[in-house]
Design a protein around this ligand. Structure first.
Ligand SMILES: [Zn+2]
Length: 460
């Protein structure tokens, strides 16, 4: 095989930039600009064949972590459209705003808090020097209309977060599933925010997906469970196989803390554009259910039947992550350019996405060395045997070295190559993405070898 590990120079690596990530994401079918043929829709992105697989797998790892591995957490899939009173109770109608100013001359719109203070005081446009309007509050919720008449009576919002769908269903879930405090509700779903400044690729977008878990506890137990969930959420990222040294905690200071929050920490990741928020773990106190009780007129107290029917409004510990933001983190974290030869050409370098096998869009690629002499048929048969249990790809076109490089670029952790020796003794070459090491394995032992390699996988 033309792809040997002998010439490797460990440590010879190139810098990761957002431009490289965006380029690979498009080239290999991870992420496309929305409506690109019309010039693109800002704030929206489409997930291609590799992207949707990666997104589904990340969601699956999160869902398993939160529900299957925690006996006291159940799932929910609430509607995007909710009763408009929900957003009055949550405080979004009043407070979910950005301060905006417009330039009367060049017509550009800016977030007031991002303009130089001296310029803002003089109402001077940072772009053209023209006159700025007064600062006004701009609500980030998308409004639309439900029903046949568009007269404002059918005003409805696209939800700006999934959490409220959990709060309004808390009592249903206590009653239908006999949940006892402490317990949690997990949900993955779309949310929408009319962000004026969308940038950094899929980092901040108008349409995105959240993965939120709301954990209901007795008042007084909240500090203990807040600490517990910070630890749980930190450990999750090591299971996802990302570089832990690129993660850090950030505790919200008094100026950052939301008015309802008792304490809040973010997990930040060092993206190519710097340290940015990845996930929040928040102690929301009893604010949410108190507000919904007030606005709905329904009794949302928990009745503790094990403790003399004691009644209280539960405190909520929230873990709030963005699925699409986590996908960007996984792309940035996996991206690597490695020097594998010394011929002085661009071919000396390979681009390799070092995804954990649990999230890689393709787990194993099956490659016949040649199409002819029955090797293709043999390879198809081997792929057929792996399909039921693994996500597979098949590629018989071009030089084997090029085919390995293509699989490296989509992050396929294992390649199986069928050659003339396979016809003689039934063995195949199993090639490992990270080390480029190759071993001969009998085709009957392939499935077991792959399972073991996935279970034992550690990031190089
Ligand atoms: Zn201007």
């Amino acid at each position: 095989m033309s792809d040997t590990a002998a010439k490797r120079e460990p440590g010879a690596q190139r810098e990761v930039s957002m431009e490289k990530i965006v380029s690979l994401a498009k080239r290999r079918g991870f992420v496309f600009q929305s409506s690109e043929i019309y010039g693109g829709q800002s704030g929206a992105w489409d997930y291609g064949p590799m992207g949707v697989e990666l997104k589904n797998r990340i969601a699956r790892v999160w869902w398993k972590e939160m529900t299957q591995l925690h006996d006291d957490i159940v799932g929910l899939d609430a509607a995007i459209l909710m009763h408009p009173r929900t957003w009055e109770a949550s405080g979004h109608v009043e407070n979910f705003t950005d301060p905006l100013v417009d330039c009367k001359k060049c017509k550009q719109r800016f977030r007031a808090d991002m303009i130089d203070e001296a310029k803002l005081a003089k109402k001077e446009c940072p772009e053209c020097g023209g006159e700025l309007t007064d600062t006004r509050k701009f609500n980030l919720m998308f409004k639309t209309n439900i029903g046949p008449v568009d007269d404002g009576g059918g005003l409805i919002y696209l939800r700006p977060e999934t959490a409220q769908g959990i709060y309004v269903n808390y009592k249903n879930i206590v009653q239908s599933n006999r949940m006892k405090i402490p317990f949690g509700i997990a949900q993955i779903g779309k949310a929408f925010r009319n962000e004026i400044v969308t940038k950094n690729f899929i980092f901040r977008t108008c349409e995105f997906e959240q993965m939120e878990m709301q954990y209901f506890v007795k008042p007084g137990d909240d500090d203990r469970f807040f600490a517990y969930w910070r630890e749980q959420r930190w450990n999750y990222f090591s299971k996802l196989g990302v570089k832990m040294e690129k993660l850090r905690w950030h505790q919200h200071g008094p100026g950052e803390l939301a008015h309802y929050a008792k304490d809040a920490y973010d997990i930040e990741y060092e993206f190519p554009m710097g340290w940015k928020e990845l996930e929040g773990v928040h102690n929301r106190s009893n604010y949410d259910l108190t507000r919904h009780q007030e606005f709905s007129g329904k009794d949302l107290q928990y009745i503790d039947q094990d403790n003399g029917n004691e009644r209280y409004i539960p405190f909520i510990i929230e873990t709030s992550a963005g699925l699409t933001r986590q996908l960007l983190m996984v792309l940035c974290d996996a991206y690597d350019e490695e020097k594998v030869a010394d011929k002085g050409t661009e071919d000396d370098w390979r681009t390799v996405m070092r995804f954990h096998p649990n999230v890689a869009p393709v787990t194993v690629a099956v490659l016949p060395l040649m199409k002819k002499d029955g090797l293709a048929e043999l390879a198809q048969g081997i792929r057929q045997g792996l399909k039921e249990d693994f996500s597979t790809d098949y590629d018989q076109a071009g030089a084997i070295g090029r085919r390995y490089r293509r699989q490296d670029e989509i992050g396929t952790p294992f390649c199986v190559t069928i050659d003339y020796q396979t016809k003689e003794d039934g063995t195949v070459t199993l090639r490992f993405r990270d080390s480029m090491e190759q071993v001969r394995v009998h085709k009957d032992e392939l499935e077991a070898s792959l399972r073991k390699a996935i279970k034992d996988y550690t990031r190089a």
